[in-house]
Design a protein around this ligand. Structure first.
Ligand code: GTP
Length: 303
């Protein structure tokens, strides 16, 4: 490795914190205008990626933390392996606490959970500082310092942009040395429907990748909030295989496999979009779609 390469740092960060503390806004502000929710996954990491911060000497990949965003799952029995594995897989955790609210029970609860993930350093990020006075910020920094033993504490405002670079620098400081995980151009700006389709395809391929390496395509026909419910998104998707024998594999004995695929895909989609999802998934046979230009276009593979 050359000297320049060995100075390069790359790795993963995630943000935790109570709802509404400004995690999404901060992530988007750090990533800049090129916000990309992408499901691209390096190596074995299977997390939804929020965005990638490119620096001359570093690449910071911000991943979503399902569960720790939402009190329902946080307080429920679902502070489960998914959340914990995300927390242990990242190189640094940003714990967001707003400057505007007193430190409370919810913050303490999350702080304890984060402290239990001993392996991963936690940086406390005091958000929304544009809404607080200097004294308020100073007091909050002190209160936060008493909450747990953080690697660092940094005040920031995603809205005014104050200290955004500092937050990035601090997070990057906790990344290991290593080459970029993504090429600059690899950062896609794909629409959500494409990402959702990709998550369903991934779930369908699990366990049958060898049998059906390239034969599954997924198209999300429609995504819309359930009428009268602002917490539920209906996702209508079609999965295409090339032959009846493949359909049988995907469906599995008594439909068990398809049910599993639906459940796993739904969880991933919920984590990506941060909302509850009803997934309506059907399988269709598109005979030899890989060799048919018209079908390829329909399935989203353009020349
Ligand atoms: N003034 C100000 N408002 C902010 C800032 N960051 C976030 N907000 C606002 O706070 C609200 C919540 O922000 P989000 O980024 O959605 O918070 P979140 O933590 O991702 O929320 P959940 O998705 O519910 O977990 C939004 O109305 C934001 O516009 C900030 O730095 N300054």
């Amino acid at each position: 490795m050359s000297g320049a390469e060995s100075d390069f740092r790359s790795g993963f960060a995630c943000f935790a914190g109570r709802p509404n503390v400004g995690k999404s806004t901060l992530m988007n502000a750090l990533v800049g205008t090129k916000v990309a929710i992408t499901s691209a996954k390096p190596q074995t990491t299977r997390r939804a990626i929020r965005g990638i911060v490119h620096r001359p000497a570093a690449q910071l990949v911000i991943v979503d933390t399902p569960g720790l965003h939402r009190p329902r799952t946080l307080l429920g029995e679902r502070l489960d392996s998914l959340v914990l594995s995300t927390l242990t897989e990242v190189d640094v955790i940003g714990f967001c606490i707003p400057a505007t609210d007193p430190v409370g029970k919810g913050d303490r609860f999350i702080a304890e959970k984060l402290a239990a993930v001993k392996k991963t350093p936690v940086v406390a990020v005091v958000t929304k500082c544009d809404l607080a006075s200097r004294e308020q910020i100073a007091k909050q920094l002190l209160a936060v310092s008493e909450l747990a033993d953080f690697a660092e504490i940094v005040p920031v405002s995603a809205v005014s942009g104050e200290q955004l670079d500092t937050v990035t620098d601090i997070l990057v400081g906790h990344l290991p040395e290593g080459p970029p995980l993504y090429a600059g151009g690899e950062l896609t700006d794909e629409p959500e429907q494409v990402l959702v389709a990709e998550l369903i395809r991934e779930a369908a391929l699990e366990g049958v990748r060898d049998e059906l390496p390239h034969s599954i395509a997924v198209v999300v026909e429609e995504m819309r909030p359930r009428e009268g419910r602002d917490d539920l998104l209906d996702v209508f998707a079609e999965m295409y295989v090339e032959r009846p024998s493949q359909k049988a594999i995907v469906i599995g004995h008594r439909g068990e496999r398809l049910k599993d695929v639906g459940t796993r895909a739904r969880k991933q989609i919920e984590a990506l979009l941060g909302t509850r999802v009803y997934l309506d998934l059907h399988i269709k046979i598109a005979k030899d779609w890989q060799r048919d230009p018209k079908q390829l276009r329909r399935l989203g593979f353009y020349d």
